[in-house]
Design a protein around this ligand. Structure first.
Ligand code: ACM
Ligand code: ZN
Length: 544
């Protein structure tokens, strides 16, 4: 056989033309790394009129179709028609197709298949379809993240791929303290958007503190009229006197309408919002509003410094429980989450020791000491929330004096509280300071903005395994997942907040989603470098 020079030239040209496509494909990383991802032949051109077919039987997917449509229509010349089809009919063989297959039996799981004719996302459930969309989003050019930048795009293609994916843990959380510093609804939505991009599914909203009460409660208007405002704020670390203050009144709160808006916004993104109402400690703002809630009766002021303070809700006075139950009754109306976080951390017992009512409660209930009084407090609140069909989460201090029967423990002072709770058959969320405190320094403090302390690098976050080796298989089932915590004593601005949270939150997202065998820091870093382009377009002030 004679091979012509022309044939060789054409072959070489074709091979060279294919190289960029192959390179694009190998670089097409998704974060978190999927369970399985294979390149496939062909690529899907995102152009002209695209039909996006959604099964008629699953109207919840229509909202997801609209979400993707809005995104794709940023690309010039693209228009997407969301069409409903009946599952009995043969599947549309072109365009974009969403289907559900609960038989997949992987909650939140999905299969994403891209070929030259069709993009198909099959979800175990609606969350799975949503996460398939997030993976697809990461396969599109970063410019699609911004309508103005996307207007310059042309010839957008998605390389052929087969992705099979589901999460390692069911609880993949991000926490935000909006009490030490307040962040408005617009920013909360951006925070939720970033969580969704990385397949995080739980937002732990820390709403009350010594330094501010941030949620409107209709029955107790002073909580926000008085409790949401402090007269000034400490400058610097100020661990000892003399203290220096900025002299600026500071505060803010969310109205119930705003809370509902955030909860609904999160729900579309398959994010559950868990509110935290702190008790019995970290309650000074509430005491400032209603001094009769404290052991001494006050007067109290909303705190202007950081730390742990002696005043707490009085555990001896029934008025405290009446108040908290009324507050929680409004809270459960606003938040459909199964869990309500009741805090429980860092409650000093000095006031209780000196309070006749608290001491009377200890005698009356046959309690051994103030630790058992705290346990009494939490159990009583748990009982109330159980009557509303909800469960409590508390920080690991709720183990002290005896754990409430149905409580889930959030282990933060290391993992030992979590281990103890799991061994007792309680569910656990791991958020140890060693891996999950995103308010800690991420680099040399000398070169970083002032932070609370600690040292937690991206690499260290990436080594996080919520399941401690001490637990056997049965106990390990109680570890629901993990969470990044963002405490904001030293974080005043949204830029600074993003700088502390990102990219460490992305490392957490990957270790909570991807199979352990697929977790590889070098691979993560490579994908992250590319992913930064997307964060740039979105406008995230991440740490580089
Ligand atoms: C905590 O960091 N005090 C839960
Ligand atoms: Zn008391």
């Amino acid at each position: 056989m004679k091979i012509s020079g022309n044939f060789i030239r054409i072959t070489i040209t074709l091979v060279i033309m294919t190289i960029p496509l192959l390179i694009h494909n190998t670089l097409a990383g998704i974060i978190p790394e999927p369970v399985k991802m294979e390149n496939r032949r062909g690529n899907f051109r995102v152009q002209g009129n695209i039909e996006l077919s959604v099964p008629l039987e699953h109207p919840e997917l229509v909202a997801h179709g609209e979400y993707l449509k809005e995104y794709l229509e940023r690309i010039p010349g693209v228009s997407v028609t969301v069409k409903r089809f009946t599952e009995g009919q043969s599947l549309p063989d072109q365009g974009i197709l969403f289907t559900l297959d609960p038989a997949m039996d992987k909650p939140e799981g999905y299969i994403l298949e891209v070929s030259s004719r069709r993009i198909q996302i099959t979800g175990n459930d609606a969350a799975g379809v949503f996460y398939g969309m997030q993976s697809l989003r990461q396969l599109l050019p970063a410019e699609t993240e911004d309508p103005i930048k996307a207007a310059a795009l042309s010839r957008v293609r998605v390389s052929g791929v087969y992705v099979e994916d589901y999460p390692l843990f069911s609880y993949r959380g991000m926490h935000l303290d909006v009490a030490r510093h307040f962040f408005d609804v617009e920013f909360i939505k951006k925070y939720l958007d970033l969580m969704a991009l990385h397949k995080m599914n739980t937002f732990h909203w820390h709403l009350t503190e010594d330094q501010g009460w941030r949620i409107e409660i209709k029955k107790y208007p002073l909580l926000t009229e008085i409790g949401a405002w402090r007269k000034e704020t400490l400058i610097g670390h100020g661990s000892r006197p003399p203290f220096e203050f900025d002299g600026q009144p500071y505060g803010g709160f969310y109205t119930q309408d705003e809370i509902r808006e955030v909860v609904a916004y999160a729900a579309v993104r398959h994010i559950t919002v868990i509110p935290e109402i702190e008790m019995p400690g970290h309650a000074t703002a509430a005491l400032a509003a209603y001094p009769e809630l404290g052991c001494t009766g006050g007067p109290y002021e909303v705190e202007t410094r950081w730390g742990v303070f002696e005043d707490a809700f009085c555990a001896g006075d029934d008025y405290t429980f009446e108040f908290l139950e009324n507050v929680l009754s409004e809270v459960v109306e606003l938040f459909p989450s199964q869990y309500i976080h009741i805090g429980g951390d860092e409650c000093l017992k000095n006031r209780w020791e000196e309070c006749p009512k608290c001491q009377e409660r200890i005698r009356e209930e046959g309690l051994a000491d103030e630790d058992e009084l705290q346990s009494y407090f939490i159990r009583r609140i748990e009982k109330f929330l159980l009557s509303k069909g909800r469960n409590i989460i508390g920080w690991d201090e709720i183990l002290e004096g005896g754990l409430a029967p149905e409580a889930t423990v959030m282990s933060w002072r290391g993992v030992s509280g979590g281990i103890e709770a799991a061994r007792m058959g309680h569910d656990v969320i791991m958020t140890p300071v060693s891996h999950c405190y995103l308010d800690y320094y991420q680099a040399d403090p000398a070169t970083e903005p002032l932070a609370i302390g600690g040292y937690l690098t991206l690499r260290q976050v990436y080594t996080f395994n919520p399941v401690p080796p001490e637990l056997n298989q049965e106990e390990a089932k109680h570890i629901l997942g993990g969470q990044g915590n963002v405490w904001t004593e030293y974080i005043k601005t949204t830029d600074h907040l993003e700088y502390m949270a990102y990219p460490r939150a992305i490392a957490l997202a990957e270790v909570l989603w991807s199979p352990r065998a697929k977790q590889d820091f070098e691979s993560f870093q490579k994908r992250l470098q590319k992913h930064f382009q997307r964060l740039d377009v979105i406008g995230v002030n991440y740490y580089k």
